[in-house]
Design a protein around this ligand. Structure first.
Ligand SMILES: *Cc1c(COP(=O)(O)O)cnc(C)c1O
Length: 382
């Protein structure tokens, strides 16, 4: 592994926090019991660890532990939330409201639902990447059952006004699902205050391992009746069967607990690093453009267009930096980013756009070195 490469792709995934790894270790070695084994110490230890992790996750979003279902990640949570509502709540001919800047995990589930006869409205965003609340009101129909909205965008980092949207949904008796993969532990999320019915989150965007996530379900809301995607041994209240990934869940719990204590400090630290990098980049490339709202934004996100610099070329030249073109998830997909298109960029601009994602483990030294690499890039071109 090349430790010389500075990791600046924290919207794609985050490194594991050493404190998280430390908590996980016993569950990869001595404490290998199955939490469903109720006859011996090994099982009890594992079960106790799951209970504690569930408490930690629930606390971060201000709910009770029973409202947390562990999954393999946000993609699975989104599938369970939206496909799980189909038949019981959502019927052929019903209507869902969403945005045109969702993550692929939501887009593809909605495509699937639209093929079986659910109507979908994709709300536009303005050139800052924000939806207009009046557009939600205008698009509500008698048959509208669900509104699903991305909280923090994975490409341009914009943060939607979830609390206001939650109020609208509640007033109109619409179930509200939020994709909070990018914001869990980075922004304060209170599912009660924000009137959220279902919330999808992921471990690996919050310094926990890949392969774990959760779905929050407001179980007090009798209208939410989910059909499981995975049937089996009754785990996770029967909603997500299969032996639990104890070490991953323990890691995720610890990551949530660290985030709860550090969210404000993390925000300040990361914002300082991002502002420094952005200010220096503006000096090096005076015609740089930042995409998405500057105020309603994930602290670590810099999605920037550098006119006359091809993003692919920059990336292949800057081998000491790890960042991506417009969107990492789309890197295998030759189509231009739907998010950058939605905020009005043309194909040339999209090809000149990079995404830098600063995280908790980045240092001031990382940013200084990054600035120097960009200076070299500029000088190399002159
Ligand atoms: C990463 C991400 C997902 C998918 O999460 P996984 O845990 O990788 O399945 C969904 N939505 C957003 C906004 C994301 O950033």
């Amino acid at each position: 592994m090349n430790n010389n490469v500075i990791y600046l792709d924290n919207q794609s995934t985050t490194p594991i926090d050493p404190r998280v790894l430390k908590e996980m270790n016993p569950f990869l070695t001595n404490f290998y019991g199955n939490p469903a084994s109720s006859n011996h110490l090994y099982g009890w230890q594992a079960n106790e660890a799951i209970t504690i992790a569930r408490e930690k996750v629930s606390k971060l979003i201000n709910t009770i532990p029973d409202n947390i279902i562990f999954t393999s990640g946000a993609t699975e949570s989104i599938n369970l939330a939206l496909k799980g509502l189909y038949k019981n709540v959502l019927k052929v001919g019903d209507h869902i409201i969403t945005t045109n800047i969702e993550h692929k995990a939501v887009i593809d589930v909605l495509d699937y639902l639209s093929q079986i006869g659910i109507e979908i409205t994709y709300l536009p965003v303005n050139n800052k990447g924000l939806i207009n609340l009046d557009d939600i009101v205008k698009s509500i129909k008698n048959k509208t059952k669900i509104c699903t909205i991305i909280h923090g965008n994975n490409e341009i980092g914009t943060i939607q006004n979830i609390k206001k949207i939650g109020e609208l949904c509640k007033k109109n008796n619409i179930l509200f699902h939020v994709d909070a993969a990018q914001t869990l532990g980075k922004q304060i999320i209170d599912v009660n205050e924000m009137n959220i019915d279902l919330l999808s989150v992921s471990g690996h965007k919050l310094y926990a391992p890949k392969g774990v996530g959760a779905l929050f379900i407001d179980k007090m809301n009798n209208e939410i009746k989910l059909t499981p995607l995975i049937h089996g041994g009754g785990q996770e209240y029967g909603l997500r069967c299969g032996t639990l990934s104890v070490h991953n869940i323990v890691g995720f719990g610890e990551a949530c607990s660290i985030a709860l204590e550090n969210v404000i400090d993390d925000q300040a630290k990361i914002l300082k690093l991002r502002n420094k990098l952005y200010d220096e980049l503006k000096k090096i490339f005076p015609d740089i453009i930042i995409n998405g709202s500057l105020s309603q934004r994930l602290d670590g996100n810099l999605n920037i267009t550098i006119p006359n610099y091809n993003a692919q070329e920059i990336i292949s030249e800057m081998t000491n930096l790890a960042f991506s073109t417009g969107s990492a998830c789309m890197s295998e997909n030759p189509e231009p980013s739907h998010v950058l298109t939605a905020i009005g960029l043309n194909e040339k601009e999209i090809n000149e756009t990079i995404r830098i994602g600063i995280g908790r483990l980045n240092t001031d030294n990382d940013i200084n070195r990054t600035i120097n690499y960009f200076k070299e890039l500029k000088n190399g071109k002159n």
